[in-house]
Ligand binder design. Structure first.
Ligand code: HEM
Length: 197
């Protein structure tokens, strides 16, 4: 019998396995964009974040998704992000068009967005070189009051605990991949060639 790699046990592990390549390419593009080289570049990074988190605002406030994931609406970092624009006296971009997807697919988008809080620990540290912090300019990258790990584990537990149909599982995976794809396209739109390494 041919040996095969067992599929990961939990939903979030499967989302991670299906999207880790996309994550790594986004991570590489962000670093190539040098968003912490100076405040001008950081301002552009804020625009990328605004496009992404702004387009997810509707999902964070969606009634069915809040039913599935109680407390979801408190997790959006969009208000903190707008605070960062104000701190730095940057003009606020228009709120982006909302992502319109079915609930199962939205789980993948939210997985991508919430998981980005983990890598944000690294990004948050880098903002120190621009003299920014949790109360000025880097609010949206700051840790959740209960800590990043605890908060992430609680989100993962909620997502893993949902009962989904087989086709909904596939939609969640497609959602995570689409979310990384969108993030990549925002990076390219804002930084152009500069984030292509
Ligand atoms: C330079 C940019 C980035 C770096 C260095 C980075 C780094 C990391 C690291 C180190 C982790 C694992 C943390 C841990 O397990 O404790 C992580 C997790 C994650 N990151 Fe990033 N990240 C970056 C950007 C992003 C972006 C832009 C997104 C989404 C748009 C994202 C989405 C995720 C997700 C979903 C996870 C959770 C993976 C899982 O455990 O299921 N990351 N990141």
């Amino acid at each position: 019998m041919p040996s095969s790699t067992p599929s990961p046990a939990t939903r979030c592990q499967r989302l991670k396995a299906a999207s880790h390549r996309d994550h790594d390419s986004v991570d590489t593009l962000v670093m190539a964009a040098r968003p912490f080289a100076d405040r001008e570049r950081y301002g552009r990074f804020l625009q990328v974040q605004h496009r992404f988190h702004g387009s997810l605002l509707g999902l964070y406030h969606d009634a069915q998704l809040n039913d599935w994931l109680p407390g979801l609406q408190e997790l959006s970092r969009f208000a903190a992000l707008e605070g960062d624009f104000q701190d730095l006296a940057l003009p606020l971009p228009a709120t982006p068009a909302p992502v319109q997807v079915e609930a199962a697919q939205a789980l993948g988008w939210l997985y991508c967005s919430e998981g980005s809080n983990l890598g944000a620990a690294f990004l948050f540290k880098q903002t120190q070189q621009l003299a920014l912090d949790a109360s000025f300019g880097a609010r949206h990258l700051a840790a959740h009051p209960h800590g990043r790990a605890l908060h992430w584990r609680a989100f993962v537990e909620q997502v893993d605990g949902l009962a989904l149909q087989r086709e909904e599982e596939a939609q969640a995976v497609a959602g995570a991949i689409a979310a990384f794809d969108h993030y990549r396209s925002h990076l390219r739109a804002v930084f152009g060639e500069e984030c292509n390494g």
